[in-house]
Design a protein around this ligand. Structure first.
Ligand SMILES: [Zn+2]
Length: 189
């Protein structure tokens, strides 16, 4: 929770110019699975403007993430630098966000077309920041594009050869970490 992202509507509506919101916030629970935003820290650089009853937020957020490579489990990390363009609206009708638009886009630009609700006396930008960053986190990162895994000679992870051999009924090496599961196999008839 960071009050730096709550702006009184009265302040926004009194001003003709957009209000600049430039700060670093630390948000709780900023992760998707094992991929975490480092310290939950996000650099926010927004222009926030009242437009009629709505509030328009545009600008950028930046964050650093860390996770584990999906093949070798080594550390992997990266930086997010994302464009933001969102609307907070009193007419949105439901509390929280509505999913009025199509599926959020992937890639560097997040313009989901979703509308955030405005209620009470403040514009709360935290849900905007949270959604933009969490949607952009990689779900199953790789340390390098052609990572070969922890032990490529015994347990190849690239190519489909393992699957082919299995389909032909040939013996394929099995990771010893799975050995405990052998007891679950049905006995031979
Ligand atoms: Zn790796």
């Amino acid at each position: 929770m960071d009050d730096g992202l709550r702006i009184p509507l009265a302040v926004l509506r009194r001003r003709a110019d957009p209000r600049l919101v430039r700060r670093t916030v630390e948000l709780d629970d900023m992760h998707v699975g094992e991929v975490v935003v480092v310290d939950g820290r996000v650099d926010v650089d927004f222009e926030v403007e009242a437009r009629g009853l709505d509030v328009v937020v545009s600008g950028e957020v930046r964050a650093r993430w860390l996770g584990a490579c999906r093949r070798c489990l080594g550390d992997v990390g990266g930086d997010l630098d994302l464009r933001v363009q969102e609307v907070l609206s009193v007419d949105c009708g439901v509390p929280g966000r509505s999913d009025a638009g199509p599926e959020g886009s992937t890639g560097g630009v997040v313009e989901s077309g979703d509308v955030y609700s405005l209620d009470g006396a403040e514009a709360d930008l935290e849900p905007v920041v949270r959604d933009v960053v969490l949607l952009a986190l990689p779900l199953s990162p790789l340390c390098v594009e052609d990572c070969v895994g922890p032990d490529p000679d015994r347990f190849p992870t690239v190519g489909a050869t393992g699957l082919d051999e299995e389909a032909r009924g040939e013996e394929v090496p099995v990771d010893s970490r799975w050995a405990a599961l052998d007891v679950l196999r049905a006995p031979e008839e």
